[in-house]
Design a protein around this ligand. Sequence first.
Ligand SMILES: Cc1cc2nc3c(=O)[nH]c(=O)nc-3n(C[C@H](O)[C@H](O)[C@H](O)COP(=O)(O)OP(=O)(O)OC[C@H]3O[C@@H](n4cnc5c(N)ncnc54)[C@H](O)[C@@H]3O)c2cc1C
Length: 390
Amino acid sequence: MTGLRMGVVGGSIAGCAMAIAGTRAGAEVTVYERSGGALQDRGLGVVVPPALHTRLVALGYLDASMPTAPVGTHVWLARPRGLRSTREIARQPSPVTPCNWGLLWQSLRANTGGTHHHRGRPVTSVGRTPAGGGLIRTADGEEGYDIVVGADGHRSLTRQSLAPGLEPTAAGYAVWRGTIPMSALTGHRRPLELLREAWVTLGFPGGHGIFYLIPAGAGADPGERLLAYAVYASPPARDGQRDPAPYVREIADEHFPDEWADIVARGAHASLVCHPVTDLHAPRAADPPFLLAGDAAGITRPHTASGAVKALEDALCLEEALRGSTSPQEALLRYEAERTPEGARLVELGRRLGAAQVERAPDWGAMGQNEVDGWFRAALAGTPSYLYEG
Ligand SMILES: Cc1cc2nc3c(=O)[nH]c(=O)nc-3n(C[C@H](O)[C@H](O)[C@H](O)COP(=O)(O)OP(=O)(O)OC[C@H]3O[C@@H](n4cnc5c(N)ncnc54)[C@H](O)[C@@H]3O)c2cc1C
């Protein structure tokens, strides 16, 4: 294929990764990003499989110099019944590569060389030409493309035009996500040692918290770290809970072992957001000339740690499909055949992990290694997850 033109709606993780894929396969790529601001300021943690990280560096999607904070183990903690101490209930091998969301975006963005970027340019609608091409419309007019990539996130306008009326399904609980400075770990030698080698699940009645170290943001020393967390629980019963930090501290104070409650209480939380947990799966990841990528194609409950992973794998799949096809239609149908079932698999996995760890959370404190291994094997029910391969 020569002279291929690809328009991308959204310039975040999925949008930049798709731009790299298109450019590497020889297309002329234009990205339209609604936000005029710097996306690198998001500063949250995301975890990716080490093999994917290595492959993305080898192919030039990511810079080898992008700081990461790899660990090889997953440790499960809980409070023993009636006590406020910490008990390690299980540990499993789980090699993961935690990244800082902002640094990941920056690295992808820096490798989109040759792409035309329009920042602060919201796409108002997408459409089809009579000849089967795609149209991207903005306040400045419309532009035609052979392929239109919807990388416009969980409220994707591109998805709406392919699957009108498709709405996310609410899980009925929420996640509080943020970062805490390392100074909060001062004097807590054991949690600090643990976090240097492992990512941690801390179970409590009706939910759990995930904790792991990530590289600090742009401008920091590559070895500098932040403590990233995601706490899953039911939303507070009372109305008017505007600031999420006090609620995370309340949960920690009520349910966490003392040392972990102290870490959460001490730190000045940053990048703090609270999301209702939802999921959604587009029935088709592509319908030529349109293609959906990242959260636009589907949202999985965050227990799978796979939204950004999926976006990056979407890009690798598109690059291969473009290289191995003789027309954009053929490439998009190949993409569709591979990515639609993968999205469905992840949504299903996220539901099972959420049911096991939040909706029907176990009596964590009563479990040991064998119980955790058996319970979690049953929750996975044979579905592979890079987090829980061990
Ligand atoms: C608690 C939690 C933990 C997570 N942990 C992990 C993890 O460990 N590993 C992992 O892989 N994933 C994780 N994720 C998921 C991951 O963060 C997201 O899946 C990923 O960032 C989505 O990227 P995206 O580019 O598809 O969407 P977004 O980042 O939402 O980007 C969409 C972009 O499109 C732009 N846009 C939207 N509409 C328009 C328009 N009309 N015109 C132009 N531009 C538009 C937006 O401005 C935005 O920049 C987690 C998510 C949560 C909530």
